[in-house]
Write a protein that binds this ligand. Structure first.
Ligand SMILES: Cc1cc2nc3c(=O)[nH]c(=O)nc-3n(C[C@H](O)[C@H](O)[C@H](O)COP(=O)(O)OP(=O)(O)OC[C@H]3O[C@@H](n4cnc5c(N)ncnc54)[C@H](O)[C@@H]3O)c2cc1C
Length: 293
């Protein structure tokens, strides 16, 4: 099966999409509608996040396996070290391999319940994502990705130590990194410069989520870990009705993406929240969709 790196390094810009494991049957239907809608646009790969507890983890494995089996898409499974012993992690990685999954996003994860709470490793588990990168690498011929944070991870003391730890994960054997949400193209480009200044040339993919509602705006602020810049607040503020707010959010995501592509970014990673419409609109406007013959 093809790797993420093979799909991203094709000499033209590409996009990829991220889904979450479905919570119930209705959610599963929505997810598969979105997967089928986006499949026709030939994303470079699709990733499925890894949740905090047992059943959601089974659903990640099941969903990623189904993508591998029943679609033409290249799947990537997320994996976190939260509440897992090394033996359990080996087991999950073995499941992924058995399902034909070659791509894994290796993450430490957050403490269940309160993401900002105290992190404590499983007594027989791992402490940081770089250890998981090494474990995945050790167990098979996987293409491995890691998380990156344009404003620094909330637990990092400063951007310098954050960069050191990101480069440590890449040096441990990760092939690429996907960035957390951010607001301005320069915020991502500065992260790319910090990594390049350490002599590291791994692919860095920006995370994009079109701000189509006030809810997605709040989610972006929460996930990015940064306050809303006044330029964007001013831009969205006049759009009091839902339709015009959505249109402004799509324009903004398109503008940010265009700037990133102009700066040589090889791939844009869209956080979809299991919906396809906004991603479709933006990638169509960017011309990232192959022309139909
Ligand atoms: C693209 C993307 C996808 C994600 N998908 C998921 C998902 O599917 N499921 C989920 O639960 N969460 C997910 N997350 C969230 C992620 O798990 C959390 O942000 C988590 O807090 C950090 O994970 P990490 O892998 O970056 O951890 P790490 O790289 O281990 O970093 C955690 C903190 O420790 C520091 N650090 C790292 N290594 C060392 C070291 N060796 N010594 C000292 N300090 C160190 C870092 O600077 C950072 O402050 C995702 C995040 C991103 C950006």
């Amino acid at each position: 099966m093809t790797t993420v790196v093979q799909r991203v390094r094709v000499g033209r810009p590409v996009f990829s999409v991220e889904f979450m494991p479905p919570r119930d049957e209705a959610d599963e239907q929505r997810l598969w509608n979105a997967i089928r809608e986006l499949e026709g646009l030939d994303p470079a790969f699709v990733s499925v996040t890894y949740g905090a507890g047992g059943s959601s983890r089974d659903r990640t494995i099941r969903t990623t396996g189904r993508v591998a089996r029943e679609t033409t898409l290249v799947p990537m499974a997320h994996l976190t070290a939260v509440d897992h012993s090394i033996a359990e992690l080996r087991n999950v990685i073995g499941w992924y391999a058995a399902l034909g999954i070659r791509n894994i996003l290796a993450l430490r994860g957050d403490p269940p319940g309160d993401p900002n709470g105290d992190w404590s490793a499983h007594p027989e588990g791992l402490h940081y994502a770089d250890e998981l990168v090494r474990l995945v690498r050790e167990l098979g011929d996987f293409c491995v990705g890691v998380a990156a944070f344009p404003y620094g991870h909330p637990r990092s003391a400063d951007l310098d130590s954050d960069t050191t730890n990101l480069v440590r994960k890449l040096d441990a054997g990760a092939d690429f990194a996907i960035a957390q949400l951010f607001f301005e193209p320069e915020d991502f480009l500065r992260l790319r410069d910090r990594v390049a200044a350490r002599g590291c040339d791994a692919d860095l993919l920006p995370g994009i989520m079109p701000i189509t509602t006030r809810k997605t705006l709040a989610k972006t602020i929460e996930l990015s870990g940064a306050p809303l810049p006044s330029r964007i607040a001013d831009l969205l503020e006049p759009h009091t009705d839902a339709k015009s707010f959505r249109a402004a959010g799509i324009d903004l995501a398109t503008e940010v993406s265009e700037r990133l592509l102009a700066e040589g970014v090889t791939g844009l990673h869209f956080y979809t929240f299991n919906r396809s419409k906004a991603t479709k609109e933006v990638v169509n406007r960017l011309g990232l969709v192959p022309a139909r013959t």
